[in-house]
Design a protein around this ligand. Sequence first.
Ligand code: ZN
Ligand code: ZN
Length: 332
Amino acid sequence: MPELRKDPVMGRWVIIATERGKRPYDLKQPPQPRHGGPCSFCAGYEEDTPPEILAYRANGNSSGAGGWSVRVVPNKFPALRIEDELNRRGEGLYDLMGGLGAHEVIIETPDHDAHLADLSQGQVEEVLWAYHDRILDLRKDKRFRFILIFKNHGAEAGASLEHSHSQLIALPIVPFSVIEELHGAKEYFDYKERCIFCDIVRQEADARTRLVAENDDFVTVCPFAPRFPLETWILPKQHGAAFENATKHEYGNLALALRDALRRLNRVLDFPPFNYIIHSLPLHDQNGDYYHWHIEIMPKLTRVAGFEWGTGFYINPTSPEAAALALREAGD
Ligand SMILES: [Zn+2]
Ligand SMILES: [Zn+2]
């Protein structure tokens, strides 16, 4: 029987329609052929990108040279630009503002063919530190209200370059989906005086039916009401509202958890295209008791079509319990 499930934070309904018969391994798609390097993100091609914003180098090489492990550059085709004035205005009943923002690319490795999941724990941790360092720098600009960090992997997931990278967008507004999530978490907190995500972590770690993996600081779970097959969330066990305020210990264990989750997805789905998004408290929000940062990983296996556009809720052909079981069994 298909089942309607409600996400406890977003209030978003999904249809888990398992008689459409997609067991986790059935979702495999033929891997796309790679074009191969080199490209402008490769070591030795530093001059092909806009001037670098940040890079980690072990050997003291100067900015713009090789020898880096992680490198951050402005997006060559930015969705938003940092120079613009905010310029909020009205046109009759309509509101507009300038395209103020920052759009950066985090190049996760100098190696064209390396997949994030295959990098060492230390290298993945450096990628996380690059996210951290960029957020700390950009939040000094008080015009920014929210920083989105996300990764598109594979052409079907929106990646225009195959060299492993993630992106950062700083926005002068808090996006609607973020406001919805904050609102859902706040309502639960006002009612129960507990963080809903802390409760989810406890319940899922106890029940274990949707638990994929855990380490000292993180749980990896398939959420109760996933929009997409094998959707996977990584949540810190210790309450924390903002990604950039995590501890050194947590970044180390997040590197392990993220790498582990991607490796499991690769084993079950043969290197699927995917997106991940870091969900974190908006900048300059003082009270984070009710919100809990986390990462949502969404393999790109199904298409969003008329029903989803028309209702805002998703049909998912694979239950999160079956997904979690397959992912648990796909461990190292
Ligand atoms: Zn490359
Ligand atoms: Zn919490």
